[in-house]
Design a protein around this ligand. Structure first.
Ligand SMILES: [Zn+2]
Length: 150
């Protein structure tokens, strides 16, 4: 993993690890933490995971806002629908929505993770989820089986 570079979702430039403060992050918890930041885009970063990899792909403020909006308005809406029928089903509902989205975007699940999307893909994802109900997500989960490594 560490051998692989981390690339900015917005511009594709290889990122480097610096502190949140150096990257322009304003979140208090991130100021002294390590983040992966784009060397070109201003304030484009992603939090650093405990293993040193990036959580999602570094991106600027606009992209991070679009991801947050997508998560809040579409993903959480669908998960909320699921929870009305099955209050303990958050994990499975989240997985199903993610798989539904990956399929709609025709991206591998890892690339369709919301924290990995750029602005353009956030727009595609918004459109893909906008008209969907959790019933559509369930139908997809029942009819579509991704091939899994054993
Ligand atoms: Zn960049």
């Amino acid at each position: 993993m560490s051998a692989l570079g981390i690339y900015c979702a917005d511009c594709g430039t290889e990122c480097e690890r610096i502190t949140g403060r150096e990257a322009g992050a304003r979140e208090p918890d991130l100021l002294d933490a390590q983040v992966w930041a784009c060397t070109v885009c201003p304030e484009a970063w992603a939090p650093c995971a405990a293993d040193g990899s990036a959580i999602g792909l570094p991106a600027g403020e606009k992209t991070r806002e679009a991801r947050a909006m997508l998560r809040e308005r579409q993903v959480e809406r669908l998960i909320g629908e699921a929870l009305r029928h099955c209050p303990n089903g958050r994990t499975i509902a989240g997985e199903r929505v993610a798989s539904f989205l990956a399929h709609a975007l025709r991206l591998p699940a890892t690339e369709a993770a919301i924290d990995c999307l750029n602005l353009e893909w956030c727009r595609h994802a918004w459109r893909a989820l906008q008209g969907a109900s959790y019933a559509d997500v369930t139908k997809h989960a029942q009819t579509y089986r991704p091939r899994k490594a054993a």
